[in-house]
Design a protein around this ligand. Structure first.
Ligand code: ADP
Ligand code: MG
Length: 259
């Protein structure tokens, strides 16, 4: 049995539905995300973007459907052609291979930048402490924050905190990275530095799924753009098709409202 996700990063979303009481947050979503690609998810507030992202690493359990990353069913193990639900500790283990970056950074405020980054690889015994420190230093350099290694995370600007959060998510070397509106909590002048780091990451061969309202950024990095309304995918295609030649009135209206 393998509870780990092979870091190729092909994501297959099949028939995912989620209800909260009588409310259908996701309605039978199908989506293929090729390995190493960048997918941007757009849509008005409440359309189900975060819920979809959260089902990919099983922070949210769907009512129906499956998520596969490469050969692994998220939340399940396969044995003799049958699926068995994983225990919470095995779900946690599986989740280590999917990096998640939150709107509000979610750093540990009482820890230094370095300790934020080395925590997971050390606790989960993926790396020894010296290895984790070496990797953290390398990651901090790649996000332009090597001079903040020993700073308290609460003393950093929002843009710096989010770059540390990205480095922290990368510390376990995940094949898949999920971003839920990574720049919407930032002051406008700090958005660029975070988008630049994500754009660099887009070239790294990892699979990125990004919920964002930054249309210019989506144009620059997305291989695939998905537009959601009311728990459904209304339109999907290349960034040129969806952003420059949207077919649906809902997409057109949305784009004219955010541009
Ligand atoms: P988006 O990220 O596109 O703004 P969400 O995925 O956060 O949308 O939410 C989709 C809908 O599901 C919203 O109407 C939201 O109120 C509802 N929802 C999300 N999470 C919960 C929850 N835990 N309980 C009840 N309703 C929820
Ligand atoms: Mg959301």
């Amino acid at each position: 049995m393998s509870a780990t996700v092979n870091p190729q990063g092909k994501i297959s979303i099949t028939g995912i539905s989620k209800t909260y009481g009588h409310f259908h947050a996701l309605k039978n979503i199908d989506l293929e995300i090729p390995p190493g690609s960048v997918t941007v998810i757009l849509g008005p507030s409440g359309s189900g973007k975060s819920t979809l992202l959260r089902t990919i690493n099983r922070l949210e359990k769907p009512d129906a459907g499956f998520i596969r990353i490469d050969e692994d069913y998220i939340g399940y193990r396969q044995k003799n052609g049958k699926l068995y639900e994983l225990k919470e500790k095995d779900i946690l283990k599986q989740r280590l291979n999917v990096g998640y970056v939150f709107q509000n950074f979610n750093l540990f405020p009482h820890l230094t930048v370095l300790d934020n980054i080395i925590e997971a690889p050390v606790v989960h015994k993926r790396l020894t402490r010296p290895q984790a420190i070496a990797r953290a230093e390398q990651l901090l350099k790649s996000v332009g924050l090597q001079h903040k290694t020993h700073a308290w995370s609460r003393h950093l600007s929002g843009g710096q905190q989010q770059r540390v959060a990205i480095a922290r998510a990368l510390a376990l070397d995940p094949g898949v990275m999920l971003f839920d509106e990574p720049t919407s909590a930032l002051d406008p002048e700090l958005v660029g530095e975070v988008l630049e780091v994500i754009a660099q990451l887009a070239k790294s061969g990892r699979t990125l799924v990004i919920v964002t309202h930054e249309i210019g950024f989506a144009r620059q990095v997305a291989d695939q753009v998905v537009f959601m309304v009311d728990g459904e995918i209304v339109e999907q295609g290349s960034s040129d098709q969806v952003l420059n030649h949207p077919r649906h009135a809902r997409t057109q209206n949305f784009l004219s409202s955010v541009l």
